[in-house]
Design a protein around this ligand. Structure first.
Ligand code: SF4
Length: 228
């Protein structure tokens, strides 16, 4: 056989995946603020809601990988529940092997990482669900798509976690403060300052990176001019 690269076909597939991912956005946007838009970069959440750019290739593929796997995995055991608690909307997926709360994640993190090394954003999300539902225990299943990278082959790990009232409330206080800051910026129609309300790793694949870098440069030049 002879093969030739077809970049227009790849672009069309990506575009269609992007359209699939947009389904459900309307409901999401109606719920202001949603747990996930407070946990992740507030600047990005603001742009996604009020001044969105199309998702870039890496974001589309990473997101579709997670959603696709989670839709297929454990389909008979999945339950979804959503609600609003003290002004913050949430939606969680249950695994009904137990009566308790459960969460399923897919990740490129190495399977060598234990629960204490899980992303802080996951822990914030879990603690928020515990607050909203009144639970204090949760099951967590993680599909490490690259296993432990030697060789890169998928591995599934499961954990049971228990949180104290103090941890749950401390996280909720943090969420309420993020809500206050975020809603204030939404009301004033002014994006939260770039690189201030995010984890460093969030910027590398972000569609708004050029916008944030440009704003940062402009602000630096203005402040140098003001001093000079
Ligand atoms: S580039 Fe970084 S600071 Fe800017 S929106 Fe993206 S994640 Fe947030």
């Amino acid at each position: 056989m002879e093969w030739r690269a077809d970049s227009s076909l790849a672009s069309r597939i990506l575009e269609d995946i992007g359209k699939e991912l947009d389904i459900g956005q309307e409901q999401y946007l109606a719920n202001l603020p949603h747990t996930s838009e407070l946990i992740y970069c507030l600047t990005r959440s603001y742009y996604n809601r009020l001044d969105p750019l199309p998702a870039n290739q890496q974001e589309t593929l990473l997101f579709s990988l997670g959603i696709g796997l989670e839709k297929v995995l454990l389909r008979p055991h999945r339950k979804g529940e959503a609600g609003e608690h003290e002004g913050i909307y949430w939606s969680a997926d249950w695994l009904d092997y137990t009566e308790g709360l459960g969460e399923l994640k897919t990740s490129r993190l190495s399977a060598k990482k234990g629960p204490e090394e899980l992303p802080a954003t996951w822990i914030k999300q879990i603690l928020s669900y515990l607050k909203a539902t009144g639970h204090r225990e949760i099951s967590l299943a993680v599909l490490h798509v690259m296993g432990n990278y030697s060789p890169p082959f998928p591995v599934l790990q499961a954990w049971r976690g228990k949180a104290s009232d103090i941890e749950v409330q401390a996280n909720w206080n943090w969420m309420q403060e993020r809500k206050r800051v975020y809603l204030d910026h939404i009301e004033r129609k002014e994006p939260p300052k770039q690189f201030r309300f995010n984890e460093d790793w969030e910027c590398s694949n972000c569609r708004y990176l050029i916008v944030c870098q440009a704003k940062e440069s402009i602000e630096r030049i203005r402040s140098e001019d003001a001093i000079g």
